[in-house]
Design a protein around this ligand. Structure first.
Ligand SMILES: NC(=O)c1ccc[n+]([C@@H]2O[C@H](COP(=O)([O-])OP(=O)(O)OC[C@H]3O[C@@H](n4cnc5c(N)ncnc54)[C@H](O)[C@@H]3O)[C@@H](O)[C@H]2O)c1
Length: 259
């Protein structure tokens, strides 16, 4: 297979990409992957973590709170003052971890506002500003397997990070919003897809040992994901190789939801 063929299929050279939640575990991987693919990356995050910021003349960072409409508008003003955005990766997301009986209302609202409303604000701003004749465009929303299945609470033995109902509900909402916008934006040449990752091992803040072991037992591939295993799906969905793919939810979970 020639390099030329692969470039035509997966080429992202010169494309401009906005990654939200850019200095988190997955966001950092996405920024790094799109840079390696030759794209121009704008990384945006509410709390920019200097240690996860990549130094490159094709990468810059902006402070963005996706749950704040004014902040989203300001960041899009900044980006569009110097050109169009080709690809939007809606990756920023949060969760709360108290037992559901003790969940305070602000905690529930926070997850809803960031995950669901924040993703909506970014798509809204992107769609509003994208010119119809400026080439194909792509949105990739980061959902979760917990938007498809419920967590198995028997495996949360040595971790405080219990998965919440509101997290799963927002991720299910993101999968549905993906279909909605795939339909509504198709005529504007904007494809909209989502990725549903399974549990990702975090070497910098490892989940409990027993949790990792029980999760791995529950997973057909016998392990948690590595963050880098999500980038192929994002590069594919953003690239010309996926030119007829829209409204799809690509599950990357080691077979977890197939079992
Ligand atoms: N880690 C996993 O196991 C896993 C599994 C499935 C899905 N996901 C999803 O992947 C995405 C990335 O998760 P991660 O594991 O890298 O988490 P993370 O906490 O490492 O990164 C999330 C980033 O989003 C930023 N952020 C939070 N609120 C924000 C806001 N209002 N505006 C802008 N940025 C904000 C944070 O500062 C952080 O840098 C999330 O949507 C998450 O739900 C993660």
């Amino acid at each position: 297979m020639s390099d030329h063929y692969l470039k035509k299929l997966f080429g992202l050279e010169g494309k401009s990409v906005l990654v939200t939640g850019a200095t988190g575990q997955l966001g950092h991987e996405f920024c790094s992957a799109f840079l390696s693919a030759g794209a121009k990356v704008i990384g945006a995050d509410k709390d920019l973590n200097r240690e996860k910021m990549i130094t490159s003349d094709r990468c810059r960072y902006l402070t963005l709170d996706i749950a704040d409409k004014g902040s989203v508008e300001k960041v899009f003003d900044d980006i569009y003052s110097s050109g169009e955005l080709d690809i939007l990766i809606n990756n920023a997301g949060v969760s709360c971890f108290e037992p559901f009986e003790e969940r305070p209302e602000p905690s529930f609202d926070w997850v809803m506002n960031v995950n669901l409303k924040g993703t909506f604000f970014c798509i809204q701003e992107y769609a509003r500003r994208s010119k119809r004749n400026s080439g194909p465009k792509s949105v990739v929303n980061i959902a979760s397997v917990y938007g498809l299945i419920s967590p198995d609470f028997r495996i949360y033995t040595d971790t405080e990070r219990h998965n919440s109902e509101v997290y799963g509900a927002t991720k299910a909402g993101i999968i549905q919003m993906t279909r909605y916008f795939a339909v509504h934006l198709a005529s504007r040449h904007i494809r909209v897809n989502s990725i549903s990752p399974g549990g990702i091992y975090n070497p910098e803040a490892p989940q409990g040992e027993e949790f990792i072991s029980l999760y791995s037992e529950r997973n057909p591939m016998g392990r948690m994901a590595e963050a880098g295993e999500m980038v192929g799906a994002a590069l594919y969905l953003a690239s010309p190789a996926a030119s007829y793919t829209t409204g799809h939810n690509l599950v990357v979970d080691g077979g977890m939801t197939s079992w």
